[in-house]
Design a protein around this ligand. Structure first.
Ligand code: SF4
Length: 769
């Protein structure tokens, strides 16, 4: 839908118009691709059968005027002919899984958009069409029973009511747009921090010449505020309608909500909304039978949407979420559907990356009425995390036990035997795989063939999705996910078996997918404290350095770190045991001299547990705690807040949640010891990734060294969350001195001391080094 509020014109397709709905309904998960294929096949069959009487795929376009708006509509009708009087007759084919025949009134209630679509063709034909002869042909793709329903005057009336709600939405959009020229906010410019004005100007220059810009600034610099203000300026200048703020961390989303509140404290001017994940909506859902893994309540059982209530957006994201929960209770409505309904009435969408980069979730944003990427500023926070998160979103797994269970589950239903047999065949193929090895090209071909067979049989014999177990639905969706990836050669799909009975897949390259997604947006700005090394970074985004400009913000030059590299040890797997005593003594000395809690970041739990045991033996007076596994977000925050107050040493994981996602250490924990450069495990997958580079060193650098050192830089960043914070950092491994590692260290560590012997260590720990 292309809306031009100035000229009050809108362009959209017939289908888009007839399906226009402020709240998209949940499709109940599951039927996507196969349902589409079955529909396509039946369309072609019926069009073939009718070819003597009807033209197929007839283009129909026209312009209608409603409520001061000029609405340009384009579409293609499945079947078309002129009757004996030369009047147009339209026919639309609709495949359904509902039992047929049904009373016409029931079909109108279940499929209002289909009737509106047919009515729309008639409307575009002007006065001269044959109402009584135009028809919808329903076909149940399971039983193949057909039912024809003639278009009636009530369908034209329903279309008119529908057009009224479209005009109401357009009017709202136009009023919003008009009010934006007066948008005012609390700018950072009133009290800029050191370097902010210059960084903002540099960013503006980069945005003039590049549609994709990177912005790197240290933690506490105020990046979020600057990029948000740039996007607001684009909105005020009429160059954009919306801001999409994506980040992989809930704390980052909350931070964006706080910034929006500070920009507009009186809630006037910008309507922000944080789109939460499905789990949070499910927890707030008042509907009976709402299941987290399978949307059970049929759409028709839900009450009408309180659109007028949604338009009354309170402004701030938190209040908007409270409002959604209240509406869900009061109107007995699905909160997920209500959240989707609020999006068209919100200017700033704050969400997880998945809402744009995951193939299974992106439709929630992309299909919103009035959403136009070409009129949207895309802001990607903590952008260094995006490639890994996108890779996970495109990946998936299958398991022989779940495949066998799904085949059993399907025995209960009248489904094509091919599907059950294919699921068992896939399970057998997975069992035959060598664990810990990549799937060879011949076996890859076999899997592709089996996934396609399963897909075809699902298309030919659709399933009662709501009656299947959640595990069966997930297993069948996993097949869809695997096929999605296998069909995209540019992403270099990779299949392997990590352990007996399991198959996993991932893209070796995510750059093309990210670049394709970014390409539609008016402006993309990705920002982080750790975008370096930039060439590697842009290549992970599928871009070249010419396509993307990096702005590096300089703060006030204050040294906030006191840093040393301890070259007395190496912490490679082979050397760890030999150096365990020295590592333990170093940690003890650091804890005894620091006067506060020390955060010790290790590459693995096993290593951390060993050193903790040693420490308890040589320094029982020091209170230490190991990072608990599997904490949820709240428990994590609680641990980060309380553990430093009651312990002398925290044993934490590099790359784990406490090195990535927790801000509570800032200003509380002032000493960190980083044990080794955080290299990821040399798993089968990483070996395969390394082999994709021209030589081993380059592969190791990209796949291991850069991500490892990024973990190190992020762990250090946990301690300094504002410009006032200070920290002492010991890099405990001589590899940090090697140029390949040293060059990847963050640039704000000040002058880095080198500890070569016990004397250097005692000097440094005593404050003289
Ligand atoms: S919250 Fe419940 S009703 Fe709503 S989409 Fe999710 S499962 Fe369905």
């Amino acid at each position: 839908m292309k809306i031009d509020p100035e000229t009050q014109t809108v362009m959209l397709g017939v289908r888009e118009l007839s399906e226009f709905e402020i709240c998209q309904r949940s499709s109940g998960r599951g039927a996507g691709r196969w349902r589409l294929e079955a529909g396509r096949t039946w369309h072609q069959t019926i069009q073939g059968e009718s070819q003597e009487e009807f033209d197929r795929e007839k283009s129909i376009s026209g312009r209608i005027e409603r409520g001061g708006w000029s609405i340009q509509i384009d579409g293609r009708c499945d079947l078309f002919r002129l009757d004996e009087a030369g009047l147009p007759v339209f026919g639309e084919i609709k495949t359904v899984t509902d039992p047929l025949p049904l009373p016409a009134s029931e079909l109108r209630a279940r499929f209002p958009a289909y009737f509106r679509q047919l009515a729309c063709y008639s409307l575009l034909a002007g006065e001269s069409y044959n109402l009584a002869k135009s028809f919808l042909l329903f076909l149940n793709i399971d039983t193949e029973i057909r039912q024809t329903v003639a278009l009636g005057p009530e369908d034209l009336e329903s279309l008119e009511t529908h057009l009224d709600s479209l005009v109401e939405f357009l009017q709202f959009t136009a009023e919003q747009t008009a009010s934006r020229v007066q948008l005012e906010w609390n700018s950072f410019r009133a009290h800029p921090r050191a370097g902010q004005v210059q960084a903002s100007e540099d960013l503006a220059c980069a945005e003039k010449t590049h549609r994709v810009v990177g912005f790197q600034a240290q933690t506490g610099f105020g990046k979020t505020r600057i990029v948000l203000e740039h996007a607001l300026e684009a909105i005020r200048a009429g160059k954009a309608d919306r801001i999409l703020y994506l980040t992989g961390k809930i704390s980052g989303q909350e931070q964006a909500c706080t910034e929006a509140r500070q920009l507009f404290p009186d809630s006037q001017g910008l309507r922000s909304f944080r789109m939460r994940n499905h789990r949070e909506h499910w927890a707030a859902c008042p509907l009976d039978g709402c299941l987290q893994d399978k949307c059970a309540p049929p759409a028709e059982e839900r009450s009408a949407l309180p659109v007028a209530e949604l338009i009354r957006h309170p402004g701030h994201a938190e209040e908007a979420w409270d409002g959604i929960r209240e509406l869900a209770e009061n109107f007995h409505h699905c909160p997920y559907s209500l959240s989707r309904g609020l999006l068209p009435f919100s200017d700033l969408w704050i969400a997880d990356y998945n809402y744009l980069f995951s193939p299974s979730s992106r439709h929630i944003f992309l299909e919103q009425p009035g959403f136009d990427p070409a009129r949207t500023w895309l802001l990607i926070d903590e952008a260094h995390n995006l490639p890994d998160r996108t890779s996970s979103a495109l990946g998936g797994r299958l398991d022989t036990r779940l495949l066998q269970n799904a085949a059993e589950d399907l025995r209960e239903f009248r489904t094509d035997n091919t599907l059950k047999a294919t699921l068992r065949e896939i399970a057998r193929e997975i069992e035959n795989l060598h664990p810990d090895r990549m799937v060879d090209s011949a076996t890859l071909f076999v899997f592709t063939d089996l996934f396609e067979t399963a897909s075809d049989s699902l298309a030919n014999s659709p399933l009662p999705w709501r009656e299947l177990t959640g595990d069966t639905v997930s297993t069948l969706q996993a097949l869809e996910s695997a096929l999605f990836l296998l069909e995209r050669e540019e992403l270099h799909p990779l299949l392997w078996s990590p352990s007996p009975g399991r198959l996993e897949w991932l893209p070796l390259e995510v750059g093309p997918w990210i670049a394709e997604t970014l390409s539609g947006f008016a402006q993309s700005v990705f920002f982080s404290a750790t975008l370096d090394p930039f060439p590697s970074f842009v290549s992970n985004f599928g871009l070249t350095e010419e396509q993307c400009q990096l702005v590096r913000a300089e703060a006030d030059g204050t040294h906030r770190f006191r840093t040393a590299i301890d070259t007395r040890v190496q912490t490679t797997l082979r050397e760890r045991k030999r150096n365990a005593s020295r590592t333990t003594e170093t940690l003890r000395d650091l804890a005894e001299s620091s006067g506060g809690c020390v955060a010790a970041f290790f590459p693995s739990f096993e290593y951390a547990e060993t050193i903790q045991t040693y420490l308890e033996a040589i320094a029982p007076h020091l209170r230490s705690v190991l990072q608990p596994r599997d904490l949820n977000a709240n428990e994590r925050e609680e641990f980060a807040r309380t553990a430093p107050l009651s312990h002398d040493v925290l044993f934490l994981m590099l790359g784990g949640s406490f090195a990535e996602a927790v801000d509570a250490f800032g200003g509380i924990v002032e000493t960190a010891m980083i044990i080794g450069p955080g290299l990821p495990e040399l798993s089968t997958l990483n070996r395969i990734r390394m082999d994709a580079y021209p030589n081993r060193e380059e592969g190791f650098h990209e796949v291991c060294r850069i991500p490892g050192m990024r973990r190190v830089n992020q762990a250090i960043g946990r301690l300094v969350r504002s410009l006032e914070h200070r920290a002492t950092v010991l890099l405990h491994d001589r590899r940090f001195l090697e140029p390949e590692y040293h060059d990847l260290l963050r640039k704000d560590l000040g002058e880095i001391a080198t500890i070569r012997n016990e004397g250097d260590w005692q000097d440094w720990i005593g404050g003289a080094g």
